[in-house]
Design a protein around this ligand. Structure first.
Ligand code: SF4
Length: 312
């Protein structure tokens, strides 16, 4: 499938069927932690990158072939709301299924009334907010020119006023950048103004394009939960696991995930063990065969091994 991938499992969204609306990488930001690598050229204009009907047809087909999906999630190779026609897709999907729809976004286009309007039918919107000050916003998110901090905050605030679904703000906590008490107090102040339903606190576990991006100490994570809880309900989701059961072609299934984010080797092994219960030899052979395809490179982040797509 070209646009649909997974389902992948996550603490936040359970079994989530991903829909990627963008060519890699199309984004208004260049985050220091981005799992897609650096943004080589900013994309700031909304467009219908691919025909909407083609995407809808794939979603419908995936829904016929998969059971037990908890969420249909628009997410992917950049900033989701750059796709013009997102509102149409959300509406059409909701006509065809009762499975809830989520949109993962950096929130940078929420200052545009038409973007806010297009998201109104989604059941959950998960925008990013990594800084409570302009200085840190510029250092972490490294936005395209014209995408200022106050515009970002105002977009989020405005959206909250118009949107009745679940607003789950994601905060990426990075060691030495936004994990100080001062940075967290700033964030808490901004969050209190936005009034999200929940704050999802996440940490950079996947390989980042900048070597200075590191995992915060556990004490800092607990401190972040404490400080941000003054403004909103905070959850610190554990990492999800992949679900490869039901995949007709394991190599293609893993490729469709790896083109969107690095795959932790340990997680891959666990997912394959679900496909071949108790048969570690079959898992090893499947992984060897995937590596032999020449599609993947292995990289280390902290103490973890990840599979990424080989550079072409
Ligand atoms: S907003 Fe998302 S896709 Fe864009 S640079 Fe940041 S992490 Fe990457």
């Amino acid at each position: 499938m070209k646009y649909v991938f997974g389902p992948v499992s996550s603490k936040r969204l359970g079994q989530s069927l991903g829909v990627d609306l963008l060519p890699p990488k199309s984004c208004t930001w260049n985050c220091v932690y981005c799992q897609l690598g650096r943004t080589k050229r900013f994309e700031t204009e909304r467009r219908e990158f691919f025909p909407r009907q083609e995407i809808l047809d794939e979603i419908v087909e995936a829904l016929q072939n998969n059971t037990g999906i908890d969420w249909i999630t628009f997410v992917g190779s950049g900033e989701t709301t750059l796709y013009k026609g997102l509102g149409w897709l959300i509406h059409e999907v909701k006509q065809r299924t009762s499975i809830p729809v989520a949109v993962i976004t950096n929130g940078s286009l929420l200052h545009l009334p038409e973007v806010r309007q297009e998201l109104l039918e989604a059941d959950a919107v998960l925008p990013s907010l990594n800084a409570g000050s302009e200085e840190l916003y510029l250092r972490i998110d490294r936005p395209a020119p014209g995408f200022g901090f106050l515009q970002h905050i105002e977009g989020l605030r405005q959206f909250r006023q118009e949107y009745t679904g679940k607003l789950w703000v994601e905060v990426m906590l990075i060691a030495g950048l936004n994990d100080s008490d001062e940075a967290l107090e700033d964030l808490a102040r901004v969050l209190a103004d936005i009034r999200p339903d929940t704050v999802h606190l996440v940490v950079p576990t996947r390989p980042a394009p900048e070597s200075f991006v590191g995992l915060p100490e556990e004490e800092r994570v607990l401190r972040a939960v404490f400080i941000l809880s003054k403004a909103a309900h905070v959850v610190h989701p554990v990492k999800g696991t992949m679900n490869l059961k039901g995949a007709s072609d394991l190599l293609e299934a893993v490729t469709s995930i790896a083109v969107r984010h690095p795959v932790q080797e340990r997680e891959l092994e666990t997912a394959l063990l679900d496909c071949f219960p108790g048969d570690h030899e079959a898992v090893r052979q499947a992984m060897d065969a995937m590596l032999a395809s020449g599609r993947f490179d292995k990289v280390t982040q902290g103490s973890e091994l990840y599979w990424i797509m080989k550079a072409v």
